[in-house]
Write a protein that binds this ligand. Structure first.
Ligand SMILES: Cc1ncc(COP(=O)(O)O)c(C=O)c1O
Length: 391
């Protein structure tokens, strides 16, 4: 027998992280100490109170059945959090849907909503599941270039009229991975006007909603009047509360779309582990000071890394949000060659910008998921590498 992946799966690019991990292993074996700034998995623990809830409930043998969806209290807690933090009222019954991480919803949305060959506008560079989710559903992703000149926001006026008419979905991600940019209310107002005009579903990924620096806060797209007619917004506990491995998130907004996704999930999902749901509720209700500490920590790491790199000759700005630094690399390098050569010569692992789309060429992404001492060391090694002009 010969088994082959489906045509949809064959269209997906192989993840770069696999190759990086392999190269990292070789460098480690050669004795070079590695500092990994490639994967966006939080290095810090969730709040103590969340771990206590998780461990005590996990010891109780009654909590091991299928939950089949949100437990009582979860949607109410999300609704209160949304009202308090973003001023957005949500109906807990119809405008909130629990997910096994936002990735889960982003991956399944295309299959629930799209028909073969449907056009979807995706950010380029963008988080890879946007394109992959569309392709797995047989849809056709079209990149919207995010450039430094446009503040890493897509230029909707540059979308050709015929493409706008064909598009079924438009995917956004602010604060964004990998470009670490934010979007303001006026941008979302323009998006909502565009979506209404061309009858497009707007999908905003708000996974980094709380990791915003310099005393600022992020805007929820749902706070724009009329947004719920055309938009849904994904959120997560992974980055805000460091619960990444627990796999819990949610999507809010347009009730009809959430109902379709929920229908689909009734075939594929049996719900999130009860103790995890309880820990997540507690995070939403008691997590305010934890979020403040978390923001301070990442902000300070950002300052350390960016200041050290700037002094070392790198040309980059302090990002306003997220756990990433999106950095220009010296001219003449392909980002993939730069990343592998940097790893081989210095032991610092970064992700080549091209892994996130064509427009990512010329950049690398660094994560802030290491202690400040290691970020400082990594910056020194990277600066030395760039100054030497190694090829
Ligand atoms: C932009 C973005 N969206 C979604 C996810 C997935 O998050 P979750 O852990 O909630 O599935 C990530 C994870 O890195 C991300 O960077």
């Amino acid at each position: 027998m010969n088994f082959a992946p489906s045509k949809h799966l064959q269209q997906l690019k192989k993840g770069i992280f696999h190759e990086l991990a392999e190269a990292k292993r070789r460098v480690e074996q050669s004795g070079t100490p590695v500092i990994d700034l490639s994967v966006g998995s939080p290095d810090l623990p969730p709040p103590d109170f969340a771990r206590e809830i998780l461990s005590s409930l996990a010891c109780d043998g009654r909590h091991y059945g299928y939950t089949l969806g949100a437990i009582p209290g979860f949607n109410d807690a999300v609704a209160r959090f949304y009202k308090k933090r973003y001023g957005v009222p949500l109906d807990p019954e119809t405008e909130i849907l629990q997910l096994i991480g936002s990735q889960d919803g982003l991956a399944h949305l295309g299959t629930a909503i799209l028909n073969p060959k449907d056009v979807v506008l995706v950010p380029d560079p963008g988080y890879p599941i946007y394109e992959a989710g569309v392709r797995m559903a047989g849809g056709h992703p079209l990149g919207m270039p995010l450039t430094e000149e446009n503040g890493f926001l897509p230029d909707l006026t540059a979308v050709p009229e015929d493409i706008a008419r064909q598009a079924r979905m438009l995917i956004l991600n602010y604060p964004s991975n990998p470009v670490a940019a934010t979007a303001d209310r006026s941008f979302y107002e323009e998006v909502i006007r565009f979506a209404r005009k061309y009858e497009i579903l707007v999908v905003q990924d708000f996974t980094y909603s709380e990791l915003v620096f310099d005393g600022k806060t992020a805007t929820s797209i749902l706070s724009v009047p009329g947004a719920k007619d055309v938009a849904i917004e994904f959120n997560s506990f992974s980055k805000t509360f460091n619960l990444a491995g627990c796999r819990i998130g949610y999507v809010t907004g347009n009730a009809q779309v959430l109902n379709i996704l929920s229908d689909m999930m009734s075939h594929t999902h049996y719900g999130v582990f009860y103790p995890i749901q309880q820990a997540a509720i507690a995070c939403l209700e008691q997590g305010e000071s934890f979020i403040q500490q978390q923001v301070k920590r990442y902000e300070s790491r950002r300052d350390t890394l960016v200041e050290a790199l700037s002094q070392g000759g790198w040309n980059l700005q302090k990002p306003p949000a997220t756990m990433y630094v999106w950095a220009n690399i010296p001219k003449g390098w392909a980002s993939i060659d730069f990343a592998f050569r940097l790893l081989e010569k210095t032991g610092v692992v970064v992700t080549p910008g091209s892994a996130f789309g064509l427009q990512g060429e010329g950049y690398v992404r660094m994560t802030l998921t290491q202690a400040e001492g290691d970020l400082q060391k990594a910056a020194e090694r990277m600066s030395h590498f760039v100054k030497q002009g190694v090829r």
